[in-house]
Design a protein around this ligand. Structure first.
Ligand code: TRP
Length: 467
């Protein structure tokens, strides 16, 4: 079938913003602050930064690079760059599956963020003075969690928006959406951080996030930092590979990977600098767990002047961040059908998006049915911690602890050990001389060959309970 010219990003900035949009998500604004809180701040943050720089960035370079070389979505990319029948294709297939699984529950959490925009806009988070009024603000979350209708409604709406944007395509859909939403996100976050600097708790928050105190750091925390560096950079399932496949020849892989990782890290740290001052100033705990966003933030908003406005701002931000990440998850799944089965984009997106939507329904119902037990707090705690107790947790556990590390392992090994074979390709030679000194290239190669695989195996052993 004569296929139209493959999509490409309209500009390098468009690519960087879309990839940063994928990376910046619930992982940055929700998960990172709360795991930082639970691990006692300071040293945990330092180790996380170390993981990003030493493992995350090199793998991202590898992933974007493989995509750019192959000009294909994951399965086809691995298939193209290796001999026929290669098992490497499985790494790509695992990625498509991971995208499917992650988006199905990610959409449910994103739906909560949208529900909170609605709550904020209707004045639910303002003018709380008495202890009762303050408690009522926090109780919204339990009510939402146990309400199947609301969960399904927001899950449906969020998936519909995601499908709509991805259907429109790379330049006019994904790129345009990111170009508008990413800068808006940065502006909103900066505004929140500036507000936070005016609070009493700001100094304490800075000390908490950047001070080096190891007292609460455990071995598990170190591994959690490593695992999170995969999730937050959207690595290990071919999302960055797919985005790289739409790159133009002349755009460099290394510089863009650093920029994307830098933006992602900046957002995660800014999220901490917005959340912790508020948490401390309003007498709440850093180690509040996942409630940090859905309980603590509204509780603070409800007591501050102009709370409704801040609350709307914050949850719109959370929704934007989730949307640009969801787009990348759907794009990976859909592009498999576009590239391999030559389906038209609209059909691939509609069918895969529809299937993911259906697969997400049990997640949306997790809180409202007897089947999944009661006690929303402990359940929410396991949403991203994943102790596998219900549908929602089991999916996240499977995706975060198994699929992403395995995929990352595959991508690291593929990009580094197969490089001798791939190197003969003209494109690679151009890439290697992109400006990076030989020493940097060799360091990258050995990180992917040895350091990253060892680190990933440690994460998996941790997930198994061996460590
Ligand atoms: N990185 C996003 C976040 O921090 C989530 C995400 C989007 C993701 N695409 C991904 C995670 C691909 C792993 C793989 O919320």
């Amino acid at each position: 079938m004569a296929e139209a010219k493959r999509s490409q990003w309209g500009s390098k900035v468009g690519f960087v913003l879309a990839a940063a949009g994928s990376a910046v998500g619930l992982g940055n604004l929700w998960k990172f602050p709360y795991i930082t809180g639970e691990n006692g701040g300071g040293a945990f943050v330092l180790i996380y930064l170390f993981c990003i720089l030493l493992v995350g960035v090199p793998i991202m370079v590898g992933e974007v690079y493989v995509g750019k070389l192959a000009q294909k979505a994951p399965v086809g990319a691995f298939g193209d760059l290796t001999p026929l029948g290669s098992p490497w294709k499985l790494v790509g297939a695992l990625g498509v599956l991971a995208g499917f699984v992650i988006l199905s529950y990610y959409s449910v959490v994103a739906g909560w963020a949208m529900h909170y925009v609605y709550l904020a806009a209707t004045g639910a988070f303002s003018g709380a003075e008495t202890a009762e009024e303050i408690a009522a603000v926090g109780a919204h979350f339990g009510a939402l969690y146990a309400n199947p209708g609301a969960n399904i409604f927001w899950h449906t709406l969020f998936m519909a928006i995601t499908v709509g944007i991805v259907t429109v395509g790379i330049q006019k859909g994904v790129e345009l959406a990111s170009r508008i939403m990413m800068p808006a996100l940065f502006v909103m976050l900066i505004a929140l951080v500036i507000y936070a600097t005016t609070l009493d708790g700001f100094d304490r928050a800075v000390g908490f996030v950047f001070g080096f105190h190891t007292d609460q750091l455990t071995g598990g925390g170190v591994l959690e930092a490593l695992g999170h560096s995969f999730f937050t950079l959207s690595l290990g399932m071919g999302a960055m590979l797919t985005y790289g496949s739409y790159m133009k020849k002349e755009d460099g892989v290394v510089a863009t990977s650093f920029i994307i990782s830098g933006l992602d890290t900046a957002v995660a740290l800014m999220a901490c600098l917005a959340l912790f001052p508020i948490t401390f100033s309003y007498g709440m705990e850093a180690a509040a767990g996942p409630g940090l966003v859905f309980v603590n933030m509204p509780t603070a908003f409800a007591q501050m002047p102009g709370g409704t406005l801040w609350a709307i701002l914050f949850f719109v931000l959370l929704t934007f961040a989730a949307l640009t990440s969801a787009i990348s998850l759907l794009e990976v799944v859909a592009s498999y059908f576009i590239d391999e089965l030559k389906w038209p984009r609209w059909r691939a997106v509609a069918l895969t998006g529809g299937a993911i939507f259906l697969f997400g329904i049990p997640s949306a119902l997790s809180g409202g049915t007897e089947l999944f037990g009661s006690g929303f707090q402990s359940k929410i705690q396991s949403v991203f911690g994943g102790d596998g107790k219900n549908w929602f947790d089991s999916l996240d556990y499977l995706a975060s602890n198994w699929m992403l590390p395995l995929g990352g392992l595959g991508i690291a090994l593929f990009a580094s050990w197969r490089i001798e074979e791939v190197k003969r390709r003209e494109a690679l030679l151009g890439e290697r001389t992109e400006g990076a000194p030989l020493a940097a290239y060799l360091a990258w190669l050995w990180i992917l060959r040895v350091v990253a695989p060892v680190a990933i195996v440690l994460v998996m052993l941790h997930a198994l309970g061996v460590l």
